[in-house]
Design a protein around this ligand. Structure first.
Ligand code: FMN
Length: 323
């Protein structure tokens, strides 16, 4: 249980926001295998206001009765724009809380002074947090990294405390710097220092790729919860596996090809059903997902090649069926 908002979150293990990946199909499969709390993909604040990407947002903010509880995440750089966008977002979906993205390292985002760039402007991050937290009727949280270029425990702790003071109800901390992006070691000590310094829940992120690494995050940082990100690509079982391991110390079973094929076919059928893209776009997403699930299959390289040449849902399903 993590205390965010009046009801709290009934799990310590959440599916992370994963732009371009954790769409409705991904979340439904994850929930069927033990994910009890998920995030929508991040939404650009400007796109909500200026509607230029309305079809993309319609896909990203799809509602489904089996897809709750859930959190939303906004990315942007200006407090008033973020507030206007948050209000638009809350007309469409009802998340348990709204997260501010101060973690994204992508060049285009940094160029707009959003995402991890906000770590360089902690006063701006505080202003965004304060504006949203004082105006919205749901809790506001912040997802951050442990630094911009190099880890600096003192300044990141100060930023974390400022977010708390500005009204953040929890912090999600990816234990890498902006410069590291998604590779290199996770700095557990910085997450631990943030946890020790604030009174609000701290959720750890970074390299949650196995049950042991999940436990390590809890042990090293004393965090209140964890975000599962790349560890769930083609492995929706990771949620129930982590839960079992933390509760009973049981190592996860190996899933055979048959089990993985079945889950992949289901995931792809959800994409066919729910993804709001044209045929080409949908099949592109399906191929990416198929590559995740078939890693380690016999003749994986040849198989990947065949997968990447498929052009239709039915063709892809036949290929999977014949594996
Ligand atoms: C493809 C991809 C998309 C991501 N999209 C988001 C996002 O929309 N918002 C966010 O806060 N973090 C995003 N992240 C970061 C993850 O939520 C997570 O913090 C990061 O991947 C570290 O965890 P891991 O090492 O276990 O993958 C993304 C990461 C990846 C790999």
């Amino acid at each position: 249980m993590i205390k965010i908002g009046p009801a709290g979150i009934d799990t310590k293990i959440m599916l992370a926001p994963l732009s371009g990946c954790s769409d409705l199909s991904f979340r439904l499969i994850s929930r069927e295998h033990g994910a009890r709390f998920c995030f929508y993909e991040m939404v650009d604040a400007n796109s909500l206001i200026y509607a230029s990407r309305s079809s993309k947002n319609a896909d990203m903010l799809q509602c489904h009765e089996d897809d709750a509880p859930i959190a939303a995440q906004l990315i942007g750089s200006d407090p008033e724009t973020m507030l206007r966008a948050a209000k638009r977002l809350l007309e469409r979906v009802r998340p348990v809380f709204l997260d501010i993205n101060a973690a994204c390292p992508v060049k285009k985002v940094i160029g707009k002074k959003a995402g991890a760039y906000l770590l360089k402007e902690p006063a701006k991050l505080s202003a965004i947090t304060k504006t949203l937290a004082s105006s919205l009727d749901i809790p506001v949280t912040v997802k951050m990294r442990i630094g911009y270029e190099t880890p600096d425990i003192r300044s990141i702790v100060a930023t974390a405390k400022a977010c708390e003071k500005s009204g953040a109800s929890a912090l999600f901390v990816h234990g890498r710097t902006k410069t590291q992006a998604y590779s290199g070691c996770v700095d557990y000590a910085s997450i631990r220092a943030i946890k020790d310094a604030v009174g609000i829940p701290v959720v750890g992120s970074g390299n949650i790729l196995s049950v042991r690494l999940a436990k390590k995050m809890f042990d090293e940082t004393a965090c209140d919860g964890i975000l599962v990100a790349r560890g769930s690509f083609g492995n929706p079982w990771i949620f129930e596996d982590i839960e079992n391991y933390l509760k009973k110390g049981e190592a996860p079973e190996e899933r055979g090809i048959g089990v993985r094929k079945k889950a992949l076919a289901k995931h792809i059928s959800y994409i066919e059903k729910y993804k709001r893209l044209n045929v080409e776009g949908k099949v592109g997403v399906m191929r990416k997902v198929a590559v995740w699930y078939t890693r380690g299959f016999p003749n994986a390289a040849r198989l990947r090649d065949r997968l990447c040449r498929t052009k239709r849902y039915e063709e892809l399903m036949r290929l999977i069926d014949g594996l």
